[in-house]
Design a protein around this ligand. Structure first.
Ligand SMILES: *[C@@H]1O[C@H](CO)[C@@H](O)[C@H](O)[C@H]1NC(C)=O
Ligand SMILES: *[C@@H]1O[C@H](CO)[C@@H](O)[C@H](O)[C@H]1NC(C)=O
Length: 392
């Protein structure tokens, strides 16, 4: 292994063990509901943040991105991520609705697939409600000859907007949503040159549909589509030749303005504008002493009473040895005191070993033969061992 490569491995190991990760400064974006949001993850930006600059002349390290909501495993529902290959930029795109108003923090991780370095960046997305509200007239086009990431860059969207304006004959068009046909049940195209996934583009306006659009979505057109023919074309297709619109998949939507939810109803007690708050009359000072004494003294008195009772029971009503002796029968007492005396004697004998050993501990011996027998035979039934061996 050459020296620079070794150094690189060391730096990598230190990075992995140290747990430090290069990070780009936070990126703040403000976006409106009801309009498509596209953020391009530029490879060059992350490329510069990687530690070791590509020494080769082509600075095209393969980089893949991963994006997720901060502290969550995945992206929020309205946001999607697309990156065709490790040498292409990544796109975060989606269309927030009114439910998504607020701040979303997205963490983007860029992996260098050659060196396994990572760079993190936080996107702080502030979603604000659209001031004009949702466009009531919406039309969804299916573009057959594009993949989703080809329609996401701003120039492509602008071109599409101009083409749509030619058909709709309005100037206030805005792109509401961009979705890959794969996300709507479309099929992955065969790997043949020129085949694309298809993209749904939803365009909105505050003005009514043009006759051309209305004709393309009319029942007669639907019927022709059903027969496998092209729908009625009453106008010039301004999308051609850049975008191949599948006119049979055109949908026109009229979104009724959502009734504005009634605001909170002011109840009594809400201040008029500019009025000063008048506090209610002061409450009279209450005498809290009786309550305090009651809560403190009653438990104390009960505790003292219990103490006295217990003391009396334990000290004055104690039944001593005398009462016990009186209740025990005399014979039992004598028995007990004998055992007691014997124990005492044994104890005193043990303390002074000069007294003769008790007979029961001495070996037995026969008076006539002088034979000795161990009183604790090792084997056999000691209880049956005859005291005096029988003469044979
Ligand atoms: C945008 O399209 C996606 C996919 O069809 C859909 O889930 C989402 O609700 C759409 N958003 C809006 C605002 O229409
Ligand atoms: C377009 O519409 C036809 C029916 O009108 C449908 O069968 C087809 O699946 C649609 N294409 C896509 C990509 O959704």
């Amino acid at each position: 292994m050459e020296a620079p490569e070794l150094l690189r491995v060391w730096v990598l190991a230190a990075l992995v063990l140290g747990g430090t990760r290069a990070a780009l400064p936070d990126h703040h974006v403000s976006l409106e509901t009801g309009a498509v949001f596209v953020h391009e993850l530029e490879r060059e930006l992350f490329q510069e943040a990687f530690l070791d600059e590509a020494e080769d002349d082509d600075d095209a390290a393969p980089i893949t991105f991963h994006a997720h909501l901060l502290d969550h495993p995945d992206l929020p529902r309205w946001l999607r991520f697309a990156q065709r290959g490790a040498h292409q930029p990544g796109f975060l795109y989606g269309s927030p609705t009114a439910a998504e108003v607020g701040t979303h923090i997205i963490e983007v991780l860029a992996y260098n697939r050659l060196t396994y370095e990572t760079v993190a960046q936080r996107l702080v997305l502030a979603v604000v409600p659209a001031p004009g509200g949702e466009p009531p007239f919406q039309s969804e086009f299916l573009v057959g000859n594009r993949n989703v990431e080809e329609l996401l860059p701003a120039p492509a969207r602008e071109l599409f907007g101009q083409a749509a304006a030619g058909v709709w004959e309005q100037s206030d068009l805005s792109i509401i949503n961009v979705t890959s046909a794969l996300d709507r049940g479309g099929r992955v195209p065969l790997p043949i040159e020129g085949r694309k996934e298809g993209v749904y583009v939803k365009v909105g306006s505050h003005n009514a549909f043009s006759p051309c659009l209305a004709a393309a979505a009319s029942p007669q057109s639907r019927f022709l589509c059903h027969l496998g023919q092209q729908p009625l074309a009453s106008c010039y297709d301004t999308f051609a030749p850049h975008f191949a619109i599948r006119w049979c998949n055109l949908t026109l939507l009229e979104v009724l303005p959502t009734p504005t939810t009634p605001g909170p109803v002011w109840g009594p007690g809400v201040l008029e504008d500019g009025g000063d708050f008048q506090p209610p009359t002061e409450s009279p000072a209450q005498d809290l002493l009786p309550g305090f004494l009651l809560t403190l003294l009653v438990p104390l008195a009960v505790a003292a009473l219990l103490c006295l009772l217990l003391g009396h029971l334990m000290c004055c009503r104690r039944e001593g040895v005398q009462k016990r002796d009186l209740e025990t029968s005399d014979i039992q007492l004598v028995h007990h005191s004998t055992i007691h005396g014997d124990t005492e004697e044994l104890r005193s004998m043990a303390s002074s070993r000069d007294v003769p050993r008790p007979l029961s501990t001495l070996p037995m011996f026969n008076v006539r033969t002088g034979q000795r027998i161990n009183p604790m035979p090792g084997r056999g039934d000691g209880a049956r061992a005859p005291l005096i061996p029988q003469q044979r």
